[in-house]
Design a binder for this molecule. Structure first.
Ligand code: UD1
Ligand code: MG
Length: 490
């Protein structure tokens, strides 16, 4: 099993290059304090998941490829503890904005944290498709232009809801990089609403200019908030350079403000994940029906059938087949294994060439050996099933260590729970358990032993023995005929 990781192709590219020289200190601030009113949810907006990961986790991952995590500052506020706990292991810093008075205010409260830097890249915690490459390009453009503020923009066919970018008229060049102002949807005139170039909500600021002028922001707008977008007008008025850099990939900048936007972004991310896996040699039939999380790894020549879900940190080796309607969470599947229709795997391990299903439920701690079979309506939990062993039908196997070459008959139950504690069952190599047996734990069945069908086994069975734990059959010759005759006199 150890081998799977080694076989997986590591697809990590090297971090993008920026033109920041060694002497300029660059921080990234991620605005993530808002509630997300439009989602109508108990969960803070940035913890809603797309592609199987919280929105904010995607943004932190992209940011941490451009600067080290200790230079990333996440501004939190609404449900701050919950947000902090969800991404704490990333090693970023947090800044508390206890009252959320707008995106401009978010930066005001981060002043102390950021004052030691020359430039700050500002990202939105609700726009998860931003790539490290685009962040680096935004920074590079900012440095090249020696600007005080550089904003990332994109052309959207449906710009409703976004801030619109008002470029400077330039006689020399109709595509001036210089920006006059950003107008929010609610304040835009009809003519401004026609503008398709939107503010993506990502910026780079020169830190001294940002904090030298941020106090000039006001709350004189329909939301009565401090808009960070107003820094464009403020800085321009102060004679500073404000420029825009437009990305060609507008999908990267989509914000998840509504459930509809969440589902659109989720679909885009999952399709990209499928495309990446297909490029690496995985066959995916009808990828639009498959749900594969961002961190999932799948090796080449594995086939994924329609409507499969592969979630969390699952890893699948080469040459496997995952049949339709299976849901696989945080599980490891070694090369050549087949997961047949309708299986549920949760924190399970499946060995090479094993066959699971249809309709098996592998619960946490299930470790299925090489070439083993787990079949129809079999539930397993915290078990080891040895090489080549079979449990093909209608069984519950929990807290059990089962050796190699074991046959578990249909309907076998490990009675692992006495109402208070769980107990272990050990079934050694080569054992044959007859159908419909109940194995009352704690119990050991010795190597090569037989358990007769329909037995209730309460005592250990020695090696090579036959154990019968059922009432002996009595047969009453002619009984049925006599009964029929008695009840039916003719
Ligand atoms: C913002 C921009 C808009 C842009 C859009 C792109 C402003 C005023 N408008 O609008 O021009 O087109 O993003 O997606 O900035 N946040 C805080 N503290 C606050 C308020 C918000 O941290 O006090 C965070 C939110 O959690 C969110 C981000 O800032 O992650 C953006 O806020 P949001 O309310 O989504 O702004 P938009 O209306 O989308
Ligand atoms: Mg937004």
């Amino acid at each position: 099993m150890q081998g799977i990781l080694g076989q997986m192709k590591k697809s990590r590219n090297s971090p993008p290059k920026t033109s920041a020289d060694a002497s300029s200190r660059v921080a990234i601030a991620i605005m993530a304090a808002g509630k997300g009113t439009r989602l109508k949810s108990q969960l803070p907006k940035v913890l809603h998941k797309v592609g199987g990961k919280p929105l904010l986790a995607h943004v932190i991952a992209a940011a941490s490829r451009v600067v080290p995590p200790q230079d990333v500052f996440v501004i939190i506020g609404h449900e701050a503890d919950r947000v902090r706990a969800a991404v704490a292991e990333t090693g970023v810093h947090f800044v508390l904005q206890s009252e959320q008075r707008g995106t401009g205010h978010a930066l005001m409260v981060a002043r102390d944290a950021l004052s030691g830097y020359d430039h700050v890249i500002v990202l939105s915690g609700d726009a998860p498709q931003i790539t490290p490459q685009t962040i680096a390009q935004l920074l590079n453009f900012h440095l090249d232009q020696q600007a005080a503020m550089t904003l990332l923009t994109a052309d959207l066919d449906q710009p409703t809801g976004y801030g619109r970018v008002i470029r400077m008229n330039s006689r020399k060049n109709s595509h001036s990089a210089e920006v006059q102002a950003i107008v929010e949807e609610k304040s835009a005139t009809l003519a401004q609403k026609q503008i398709k170039e939107i503010n993506a909500g990502f910026y780079t600021f020169a830190v001294p200019q940002l904090f030298g002028h941020i106090e000039k922001l006001s709350t004189a707008n329909p939301h009565a908030e401090y808009y960070l977008t107003d820094m464009a007008r403020v800085l321009r008025k102060a004679g500073e350079t404000v420029v825009a850099w437009k990305t060609a990939d507008s999908a990267e900048v989509l914000g998840a403000n509504t459930r509809a936007e969440l589902s659109l972004i989720d679909a885009q991310m999952r399709m990209r994940k499928c495309e990446q896996l297909m490029a690496e040699g995985v066959t995916i039939f009808f990828p639009a029906t498959c749900v594969i999380d961002a961190e999932v790894e799948i090796a080449s020549d594995t086939v994924i059938e329609p409507f499969a879900q592969i979630l969390g940190h699952s890893r699948i080796g080469a040459g496997c087949r995952i049949r339709s309607y299976s849901v696989i969470l945080d599980s490891e599947i070694a090369e050549g294994a087949v997961i047949r229709t309708g299986c549920v795997l949760d924190a399970a391990r499946v060995g090479p060439s094993a066959i699971i299903g249809p309709y098996s439920h592998l619960r946490p701690g299930s470790d299925i050996g090489e070439g083993a079979h787990v079949g129809n309506f079999v539930e397993t939990k915290k078990i080891k099933l040895g090489k080549g062993s079979k449990a093909n039908h209608l069984s519950y196997l929990g807290d059990a260590e089962i050796g190699a070459g074991v046959n578990i008959g249909a309907g076998t139950i490990t009675c692992n729970y006495d109402g208070v504690s769980k107990h272990a069952t050990v079934i050694e190599d080569g054992v044959f358990i007859g159908s419909d047996s109940t194995l009352v734990a704690p119990l050991r069945v010795g190597k090569g032993a037989y358990v007769a069908a329909a037995s209730c086994i309460t005592d250990d069975v020695p090696e090579d023995a036959l154990a019968l734990g059922r009432a002996r059959q009595t047969t009453k010759e002619g009984w049925a005929r006599a009964k029929r005759a008695a009840g039916n006199p003719k």
